[in-house]
Design a protein around this ligand. Structure first.
Ligand code: ACM
Length: 551
C-alpha cells in the first residue's frame, strides 16, 4: 500500500524556489474594443455567427415548457432580476405559439439534447430571441450557465447600479453541448478547517457556473468531526471543537446539512458525504474511548500530520465499532438523496495490513447496507472483498508510483469504476509557483504533491492516460479536492481554488482533444472572459500569469 506524507519535504521547497516565476501582467483580448466572450468549459461546438445580438430588456419573459423547465427558469430569473432590475416573469410556454424577440425560451423535451445526452443541451441566440433546450432539467440548467457566461459580467452583480453601457446583450450564438464525464467533482475539506453554511453555498454557486455536478464534502478527519450524528452526540460535542492550527471548531446540524444538500440539488449538484475511515479518526476516537483499542480517548488534535489514528479491529471492540459504523453511515445516508457514500480508506498508516483489510470489509459492508454506492480512496483497492460497484478515487500522481495503479484497477476488476484526482495536477491546495508574497511567502498551500502547481499543469493532463489499463468507460469522472490544513477563510479558499478548478472543469466536461493536445490559448482567452464574471461575483481568484486577464 503506498504511504504518502502530506507534509512539505525540504527538497520540494528548494525545488519550488528554483521553479518560481514572476507574475506576468497581460492586456485584455478585445474584439471591437469589447472583452472577448466565451464559455468555460469549452462546449462540444459553439458558433458565433456575425449576426445581430439578442437584447434582454424590461419586456423579456422567460417562457418555460416541459417538466422541470419553470424551476430552472426561476433559478436563472433570481440571478438576472437582481442585476438587471427587470421583472423577467416566468410564463408557461406550453400553449404559446409565438415567442417575442425579447423572450428566452426554456424547453425540456425528448429529442432536444445532442445524441440524447442526459445532461446535453442546445443554445440558440440572436435578435429573434434565445432558445435553451434539453432532454432533462439538468441539461437545461447547464444551458443557463452557458447563457450566464455569454451575458455581460454585470449579470452576476448583486448591486443593480452597474448595468453595462451597451445593454444586456448576448452575441448571436449556436451552441450544442454535452459532458464527457458523468461525475464532475469539487471536494471541500471542512474538517481541517470548518466552513460555515454560507461559504459552502457560495462554493456551490461557483462550481455550478463551471458545470461541475458533484460537491464531495470531506466531513471528518483527525482535527474535527463536522456533522451532527444523533446516536453518537459527542462526535460533535467533543469532536467538533477543534481544527488545524487552533482556529476553533464548528459543525453542521442536520438542518444545516439539509440546507446545503437542497441548495446543491437546486443547482443540479449532488453532495457526496465522506466519513474518513478507519484512519483519520482522531476526532471520533477523542470523543468515544470505547472506539480505541486501549479504551482511552486520545487528546483532540490540531496539527497537520496524518496516519496516526485508527479504528480498532480487535474482537473486544467489535460491538462498539460495528454499531458506530452502522449508526454513522446510516444517519449520513439518510441525509443523502444522491447515490454515493464516501468512506475514505486513505493513509491508514497506523493500521496493520490485516486489520486494514478486516476494517475495510466491515466499513464498506456497512456503507453498502445503507443502499448507497460506496466510494473509497484508491488504497481501499487492497481489499478483494469490496461490495459490487464500489468506486475507487485515485489520488496518486499523473504518473502512478508504487502500487497505486494496481490498487485502482482493483476496483474495476471487482465490477466498480474510478474517479481520478491526480494530486500533482488536481489538488487545489498546492501552492502556486508565482506566490504574490513570495515566492512561497504566504501561509497558504502545501507542496508535498510535487508542488508548486500551475494552471497549465492543471489543464495539461488526459484522464485516460493516467492509470494503465483503464478504459474511458471505467472512468466515472474526475474531481479536484481542496484540503484545508492551511486554508481557513472563504477568500483564501477562493484564491487557491480559482482559477485552477476551471481547468479541471474543462477536462471533466469538454471532449477529449482529437490530437491529444488541449488548446491552451483558447482556454486562456475564455478564462479571461470568465474572470470578468468572477470579478463581478466578488471571487478573490489568483490572477496567474499567462492568462490575458481583463484589468
Ligand atoms: C488523500 O490525499 N489522502 C486522499
Amino acid at each position: 500500500m503506498p504511504r504518502r506524507s502530506r507534509i512539505a519535504h525540504p527538497t520540494a521547497i528548494a525545488l519550488a524556489l528554483v521553479l518560481a516565476t514572476p507574475l506576468t501582467a497581460c492586456t485584455a483580448p478585445a474584439q471591437n474594443g469589447e472583452p472577448m466572450t466565451g464559455i468555460v468549459p469549452a462546449p462540444v461546438s459553439a458558433d458565433y455567427p456575425d449576426r445581430a445580438p439578442f437584447e434582454l430588456d424590461e419586456t423579456t419573459r422567460l417562457v418555460a415548457s416541459g417538466e422541470g423547465a419553470a424551476g430552472v427558469a426561476e433559478t436563472f430569473a433570481a440571478l438576472a432580476r437582481t442585476s438587471t432590475g427587470y421583472p423577467l416573469p416566468v410564463v408557461d410556454g406550453t400553449d404559446s405559439a409565438e415567442g417575442a424577440a425579447s423572450d428566452i425560451a426554456f424547453v425540456v423535451a425528448a429529442g432536444e439534447a445532442p445524441d440524447g445526452a442526459a445532461e446535453g443541451y442546445t443554445l440558440e441566440s440572436g435578435s429573434d430571441g434565445v432558445r435553451l433546450a434539453a432532454d432533462t432539467p439538468a441539461g437545461l440548467f447547464w444551458a443557463t450557465q452557458s447563457l450566464r457566461q455569454l451575458l455581460p459580467a454585470e449579470i452576476e452583480r448583486t448591486d443593480a447600479e452597474k448595468a453595462p453601457a451597451d445593454g444586456w446583450t448576448v452575441p448571436a450564438a449556436s451552441v450544442s453541448d454535452a459532458p464527457r464525464f458523468a461525475y464532475r467533482g469539487s471536494m471541500l475539506d471542512v474538517a481541517r478547517h470548518f466552513f460555515p453554511v454560507q461559504d459552502v453555498l457560495d462554493h456551490i454557486d461557483r462550481i455550478a457556473l463551471l458545470k461541475l455536478n458533484v460537491l464531495h464534502l470531506h466531513l471528518t478527519d483527525d482535527q474535527g468531526w463536522r456533522l451532527q450524528i444523533d446516536a453518537w452526540p459527542e462526535l460533535t460535542g467533543i469532536g467538533a471543537s477543534t481544527s488545524t492550527g487552533g482556529d476553533g471548531g464548528g459543525f453542521y446540524t442536520k438542518d444545516d446539512y439539509r440546507r446545503i444538500v437542497e441548495y446543491a440539488a437546486e443547482r443540479f449538484v449532488t453532495v457526496v458525504p465522506e466519513v474518513d475511515l478507519p484512519g483519520h479518526t482522531n476526532a471520533a476516537l477523542s470523543a468515544y474511548p470505547e472506539l480505541n483499542c486501549e479504551g482511552i480517548a486520545p487528546k483532540p488534535y490540531e496539527g497537520i500530520e496524518v496516519g496516526f489514528s485508527s479504528l480498532c479491529a480487535s474482537p473486544e471492540r467489535a460491538e462498539a465499532t460495528d454499531r458506530f459504523l452502522a449508526d454513522v453511515l446510516g444517519e449520513v445516508a439518510d441525509l443523502t438523496p444522491g447515490p454515493w457514500l464516501h468512506v475514505g480508506g486513505d493513509e491508514s498508516l497506523a493500521t496493520s495490513e490485516a486489520d486494514y483489510l478486516d476494517l475495510v470489509r466491515r466499513i464498506t459492508a456497512a456503507g453498502a447496507a445503507t443502499g448507497k454506492t460506496v466510494i473509497g480512496w484508491h488504497e481501499m483497492g487492497a481489499s478483494r472483498d469490496l461490495p459490487a460497484d464500489t468506486i475507487g478515487q485515485y489520488w496518486d500522481f499523473v504518473t502512478p508510483r508504487d502500487d497505486a495503479a494496481a490498487l485502482t484497477t482493483s476496483f474495476v476488476e471487482q465490477g466498480g469504476s474510478v474517479i481520478l484526482s491526480p494530486a500533482d495536477v488536481a489538488y487545489l491546495d498546492m501552492k502556486y509557483p508565482d506566490d504574490p508574497d513570495g515566492p512561497l511567502g504566504t501561509k497558504l498551500g502545501q507542496l508535498w504533491a510535487d508542488g508548486p502547481s500551475t494552471l497549465e499543469e492543471a489543464y495539461a493532463w488526459e484522464p485516460t492516460a493516467i492509470v494503465p489499463g483503464l478504459a474511458e468507460s471505467d472512468i466515472l469522472g474526475i474531481e479536484a479536492p481542496v484540503w484545508t490544513e492551511t486554508i481557513s477563510t472563504a477568500p483564501d479558499l477562493e484564491f487557491m481554488v480559482f482559477p485552477r478548478i476551471t481547468a479541471i472543469a474543462e477536462i471533466a466536461w469538454s471532449p477529449a482533444p482529437a490530437d491529444g493536445a488541449r488548446d491552451e490559448a483558447s482556454f486562456q482567452a475564455r478564462l479571461a472572459a470568465l474572470g470578468t464574471h468572477l470579478d463581478a461575483l466578488g471571487v478573490s481568484y489568483r490572477k496567474v500569469g499567462g492568462v490575458p486577464w481583463v484589468e
